[in-house]
Design a protein around this ligand. Structure first.
Ligand SMILES: [Zn+2]
Length: 61
């Protein structure tokens, strides 16, 4: 369980329940969730900001 928290390979939106998997440099959606949701990823709160730059870049792709 602690391994899941340490590596941001998977994230879940706390608002709509969308699930994305980090795969080869991009986030791939496993569940669509709400298209108009301003996703609130559960990794933002629990994750240390060390890898934040990478995840922000991935979101903009
Ligand atoms: Zn969402």
């Amino acid at each position: 369980m602690s391994d899941l928290l340490r590596t941001p390979e998977r994230r879940t939106c706390e608002r709509c329940g969308r699930v994305e998997q980090y795969d080869d440099g991009v986030w791939r959606a496993e569940g669509l969730g709400n298209l108009y949701c301003i996703h609130e990823w559960d990794i933002d709160g629990t994750f240390v900001p060390i890898k934040r730059d990478r995840s922000v870049a991935a979101e903009e792709c």
